[in-house]
Design a protein around this ligand. Structure first.
Ligand code: FAD
Length: 478
């Protein structure tokens, strides 16, 4: 019997788990996939939005303006790569220019610090590859970039180090509540019980609400297609560049990533299910055309991969963060579309308050430790420090992924630490092994061997992302 069950191990379930791990509570996170950060938290723009965008007075505006600093603070404690690189919203004509002033005024109402309106030339002086067609810019100096899946992995890992449990491959298939206790049954028939249940199921948050007997909203999944370019293009811009927003969203951006690549996208296309992972020639064509409008010199021959993320939007556009009106003990964190990543820590704190109002007793732990082991420490060392470290830990002297310079030591750390990587993509997200130009062509087989050895499973049973996604079919010789 847990005090709190959290359905969904995305960035919202993860930061909530970390927030709850500060208290003397038993908490379990239930995730249908083989790893954490497998929904929208894996495939998004990774932008820490400044907060000028949400309509003043809304919950989104409140949580965004509070969320930026809380997120940077958490990222520091969790050693998650992030950077306050600032963003620019660009107008390309006299007709668009009034929108820049409107966004500035909206930002002032939302109490966003450091907003500036610049002329096109002033903007180009600090962002030289910006299109000559840009006439006016809103410069958002408090905005930044972060690695969204690393944040999710780190938050859940830190929660686990502080006592939270994680159950993967646990697809919640039914929920019933009797005598003040939720019984949750997985698709495989396993059961867990809890006194409170928080629905953080992203694109499936409406389905989970329905399972719990609280059918009051519908998710409208909206896919966004992206292209990721090689590090050779990473220095093309230093700020995150947006075009003027439309009713469909914040438009196509061009942005550096924290790992030094260049990201362009996303589109905004309503799709049937929240699992759409396909990119389309049409979608990528739109991305290329609009990204080139902001930065004409982007070299699209340097694209190394493309991907799609699906937003969990709903009518009205507000986050659904509330206790159920009909089911006591049930709390929803549904329809958390953009800027949910930016707001994740402020959302987690907001949810803890709701749980407390619902009767959850919060007694602080004395020994809570919010710092996570620095996974990127080896990468950040200079050559002398690396040499000294390798003397004591020889596995860090062996490069496995040549494109991204990832060592065997870092891969073993990823397989041995909370939440442990158990498949190829899990190692990739934690270490960047396989994220470079060759996309795992060289390091893949050795990573398989390491997973197989560490987990004590046959190489044939190592998967790309769980389930039936086996990397090899069997042996053809010894
Ligand atoms: C294209 C795109 C761009 C974005 N860009 C930004 C940005 O730049 N900045 C920003 O702040 N925000 C951005 N966002 C929004 C941000 O990504 C989301 O708000 C955030 O990731 C939502 O996290 P979540 O935990 O609610 O959902 P998810 O990450 O989707 O997690 C939900 C989890 O629940 C699990 N689950 C679902 N059903 C079940 C079940 N029945 N049983 C067990 N588990 C279940 C899923 O497998 C998943 O892991 C963007 C989103 C998208 C899609």
């Amino acid at each position: 019997m847990y005090d709190v069950l959290i359905v969904g191990a995305g960035v919202i379930g993860g930061t909530l788990a970390r927030e709850l791990s500060k208290y003397q509570l038993s908490v379990c996170v239930l995730e249908k996939e083989n790893d954490v950060a497998m929904g929208a938290s894996r495939a998004n723009s990774g932008i820490v939005h400044g907060g000028y965008d949400p309509v003043p007075g809304t919950l989104k505006a409140q949580l965004n303006s509070a969320g930026v600093e809380l997120l940077f603070e958490a990222a520091k404690d969790l050693h998650v790569p992030c950077k306050r690189n600032g963003s620019m919203v660009c107008a390309f004509s006299a007709e668009e220019e009034p929108l820049i002033q409107e966004l500035y005024d909206q930002g002032q109402e939302n109490n966003i610090p450091g907003l500036k309106v610049l002329s096109g030339d002033e903007a180009r002086a600090i962002e030289p590859n910006l299109s000559a067609a840009v006439t006016k810019v809103l410069h958002v100096t408090n905005a930044g970039i972060i690695c969204p899946y690393d944040l999710t992995i780190a938050a859940i890992g830190n929660a686990m180090d502080n006592g939270v449990s994680l159950r993967r491959n646990f697809r919640v298939a039914s929920i019933c509540r009797e005598d003040g206790v939720f019984t949750v049954t997985s698709a495989a028939g396993e059961q867990l019980q809890g006194k409170y249940l928080v629905n953080c199921a992203g694109g499936y948050s409406d389905a989970v609400a329905r399972m719990a007997g609280d059918d009051f909203f519908t998710i409208i999944p909206r896919a966004g297609e992206y292209m990721l370019l090689d590090k050779a293009e990473g220095g093309r811009v230093s700020h995150t560049l947006f075009q003027c927003p439309t009713v469909e969203g914040k438009g196509i951006l061009v942005s550096p990533t924290v790992d030094g690549n260049l990201l362009v996208g996303p589109t905004a296309q309503v799709v049937e299910t929240p699992v759409s992972k396909d990119t389309t020639p049409e979608g990528l064509g739109i991305v290329e055309r609009l990204a080139a409008k902001s930065v004409p010199s982007v070299n699209f021959r340097q694209v190394i991969t493309s991907f799609t993320g699906v937003r969990a939007s709903t009518k009205g556009g507000e986050f659904i963060l509330k206790a159920s009106d009909t089911v006591p003990g049930l709390v929803h964190a549904g329809a958390i579309d953009s800027p949910g990543l930016t707001c994740c820590v402020s959302i987690a704190k907001y949810l803890v308050n709701i749980l407390q109002e619902q009767g959850l007793a919060l007694t602080e732990k004395e020994n809570w430790n919010g710092k996570r082991k620095n996974f990127h420490a080896f990468r950040e060392m200079d050559d002398e420090q690396k040499n000294a470290y390798i003397q004591e830990h020889p596995e860090f002297g062996k490069i496995v992924c040549r494109c991204e310079t990832v060592t065997e030591g870092e891969i073993l750390d990823a397989i041995r630490s909370n939440p442990a990587a158990t498949d190829i993509d899990g190692v990739k997200r934690r270490t960047r092994s396989g994220m470079g130009r060759c996309q795992g062509g060289f390091c893949g087989p050795y990573v398989m061997e390491l997973i197989s050895k560490e987990l004590g499973i046959a190489t044939e049973d190592v998967t790309k992302f769980g389930g039936n996604s086996r990397m090899v079919m069997g042996r053809i010789g010894e």
